[in-house]
Design a protein around this ligand. Structure first.
Ligand code: SF4
Ligand code: SF4
Ligand code: SF4
Length: 190
């Protein structure tokens, strides 16, 4: 009887120790994976020009670097970086640089938001979601987008309860290239 209770105790403590060890190992493995991902994002961000112009379709170089690290973005979307940046990013990611059949493959056409003013209720939700203050309008009045300040991030579209915001694609011409985008200030930046 005494031996059995000792054996039971041994089994319980043994199982507990194994459980705790498993939890610790899984935390360590997760934090190692997280660190590797952070390092990859940092390396990718460092390889980008830092213009924060959002012509890649992401609100800034860090957001693009995160998408690259997550495997959700192609490495040929940074217009200012050009071919050198594409090659560097591909090298970091260990993939082949995409082959460019035409300019569209490298230079993503600019997209900007437009608001269908007749449907706008003036609720101001889009204004609060725009990271660069590119939407103007007062409460209960139709809003509009300042096209030259819109970085095409898409954030306002989902925020609109009236579904009256649409993203339109601008043809990739010199006239449509917004040379001022790198100077646009993001909310909360210095
Ligand atoms: S397009 Fe602009 S924001 Fe995007 S990665 Fe290149 S420099 Fe940065
Ligand atoms: S897409 Fe919408 S949220 Fe993004 S910059 Fe343009 S207006 Fe602002
Ligand atoms: S979220 Fe939509 S309805 Fe509200 S102000 Fe903006 S565009 Fe108008």
């Amino acid at each position: 009887m005494n031996i059995n209770s000792n054996a039971l105790e041994f089994l319980i403590y043994g199982a507990l120790a194994l459980f705790v060890l498993g939890v610790v190992l899984s935390i360590l493995a997760r934090s190692k994976g997280g660190n590797e991902q952070d390092e990859l994002v940092q390396k990718l961000e460092k390889a980008l020009p830092g213009a924060q112009c959002a012509q890649c379709g992401y609100p800034g170089c860090k957001a693009y670097a995160e998408a690259l690290a997550n495997g959700t973005a192609a490495c040929n979307k940074c217009t200012p970086g050009g071919q050198d940046t594409i090659d560097t990013l591909a090298g970091i990611l260990g993939i082949s640089a995409p082959v460019d059949e035409n300019d569209d493959a490298i230079f993503t056409p600019r997209t900007v938001a437009i608001i269908h003013e007749s449907l706008c209720t003036g609720c101001t939700k889009c204004v609060r979601h725009c990271p660069v203050d590119a939407i103007k309008g007062s409460v209960r009045n139709p809003h509009s987008v300042i096209a030259n300040e819109c970085i095409g991030c898409n954030e306002c579209v989902a925020s609109c309860p009236a579904k009256c915001i649409e993203m339109v694609r601008l043809e990739p011409t010199v006239a449509n290239f917004n040379w001022e985008l790198p100077n646009i200030r993001f909310k909360g930046s210095n």
